[in-house]
Design a protein around this ligand. Structure first.
Ligand SMILES: C[S@@+](CC[C@H](N)C(=O)[O-])C[C@H]1O[C@@H](n2cnc3c(N)ncnc32)[C@H](O)[C@@H]1O
Length: 272
């Protein structure tokens, strides 16, 4: 079944709504994407037009549907150990400096389905000689409740770990049997290191009380316009310890925006 057409007015309204709530700037070229992602939802709700869906989402009681809409719009592509240089930097440069304190707080701020925070957990677990003497907390958050539920389950298709070293998979994942065959699940020692929460990066304040050593904000800023990126950087700075590190995605840069961080290496920044 094909989706109903969207009028330029309705597209403009959705683009505005999505920008206000998620900071995601949808250009007109993204119209087809919006139609394909929301069209199915319209049919599920038996709504005849995008305008009707807009009224439903913005009307009384529409907040829940708004979460759903933002789930549909966000692009969740991720991988275990995506952009491996960041994990090597964490292991070789950050953890050794904390060896006396033996305490680290890390935030994976657009965690998607969990591959990023579990990769952080594996890196820390394997690098630290005695985990029982370390105090490690990894906060993993995303705007999408759908991906967070997947992340919290810790269950993945085994194809997702097929390119990782076999001994790493053996150490950190359980293989499913019976009706779970073909699936893997992160072992409890990793699951214990990570807490998942829904946090919208557009929020004025974040529910974070302890200053952070490391923030991963990778492959999400690309959807935000420059003023939004700049505001986000100022907020991250507030929640970080002096000497803390920020990692951004490989196709992202802070070069063209105002921000308080010091450049360390491509996609790596520090709060001095
Ligand atoms: C492409 S994934 C990146 C995942 C991971 N960081 C990586 O690099 O592999 C982008 C994630 O950003 C999330 N996202 C989009 N807008 C957001 C917002 N305003 N606040 C928090 N998360 C957001 C999406 O739901 C999606 O899961």
């Amino acid at each position: 079944m094909t989706s109903p057409a969207i009028t330029p007015q309705a597209f403009g309204r959705f683009a505005d709504l999505i920008y206000r709530h998620a900071g995601i700037a949808l250009s007109e070229q993204k119209q087809a994407l919006l139609v394909s992602r929301l069209g199915k939802r319209l049919r599920q709700l038996s709504l005849a037009s995008f305008q009707a869906y807009y009224e439903y989402v913005t009307g009384e009681g529409g907040e829940e549907e708004l979460t759903h809409l933002l789930d549909l719009i966000s692009t969740n592509k991720t991988d275990f150990f995506r952009e491996p240089a960041h994990f090597a930097f964490l292991r070789d440069r950050i953890l050794p400096d904390l060896a006396i304190e033996r305490r680290i707080r890390i935030w994976s701020s657009a965690s998607s389905s969990g591959e990023e925070p579990y990769s952080i957990a594996m890196t820390v677990y394997d690098a630290v000689p005695d985990m029982t003497r370390w105090d490690v907390k990894i906060l993993a958050s995303d705007i999408s409740t759908r991906v967070l539920a997947k992340a919290a389950s810790g269950i993945y298709d085994e194809q997702r770990v097929a390119s990782l070293p076999a001994d790493l998979v053996r150490r950190h994942f359980l293989r499913g049997r019976g009706n779970q065959a073909g699936m893997v699940k992160v072992k409890p020692h990793l699951a214990r290191m990570v807490v998942f929460r829904r946090i919208n990066l557009m929020d004025e304040a974040f529910p974070i009380r302890t200053a952070l050593d490391v923030i991963f904000c990778r492959n999400v800023m690309i959807y935000f316009d420059r003023p939004t990126q700049s505001r986000l950087m100022a907020k991250f700075y507030r929640y970080m310890k002096p000497g803390g590190y920020l990692f951004i995605g490989h196709s992202e840069s802070l070069q063209w925006i105002e921000h308080p961080f010091t450049y360390v290496a491509p996609t790596i920044y520090r709060k001095d």
